[in-house]
Write a protein that binds this ligand. Structure first.
Ligand SMILES: [Zn+2]
Length: 167
């Protein structure tokens, strides 16, 4: 009944600005998959000035590929937590942690949409070596065993919650 509530998707599509006359209310005239399905190409038209233009929509999520092939979304918060746990009780400035997380993020977001967990682990390992030797050794011992930053997060988390016996 309530036709005035158009679908959110239509509202979203219409919210793209015309690059020529800057009208907000442009229309999608054609939508199709592009780049092997990882992007959506939309042909748009501006009712105000008649300009036609194309937009590409891509997911900004980066996928982390683990050694066993499992995939999960890159999550900088988890990386940070893992690093902080390694650095617990170490006299390390917050800036150093921020910088390391930023380095990992940069690697992830300049990747072609996916990054190996191994590569993340390696970056963290190298970063920790510059920051704090004890933390580096802690991480290295765990990392060598797991060769997987995500497993490290789990391990670190289980160390944090000592009394809980997992599995
Ligand atoms: Zn226009």
């Amino acid at each position: 009944m309530s036709r005035r509530f158009s679908s959110p998707i239509q509202r979203y599509d219409g919210s793209m600005r015309c690059p020529l006359c800057t009208t907000n209310d442009t229309r999608v005239v054609d939508s199709r998959q592009a780049e092997e399905g990882t992007a959506t190409r939309r042909r748009r038209a501006c009712p105000q000035c008649g300009h036609r233009f194309t937009t590409f929509e891509r997911a900004t999520a980066v996928i982390v590929i683990k050694r066993d092939g499992r995939r999960q979304a890159f999550d900088a918060t988890k990386i940070r937590k893992g690093i902080e746990i390694t650095l617990a009780d170490r006299p390390v400035p917050q800036d150093a942690v921020d910088d390391l997380v930023t380095t990992v993020e940069r690697a992830a977001f300049t990747s072609p949409g996916h990054i190996d967990a191994d590569e993340i682990g390696q970056i963290v390992l190298e970063g920790l070596r510059d920051i704090d030797e004890v933390a580096y050794l802690r991480f290295a011992s765990v990392y060598k065993e797991f060769q997987d930053a995500s497993d490290f997060e789990r391990e670190a988390a289980s160390l944090e919650e000592e009394p809980v016996s997992s599995e």
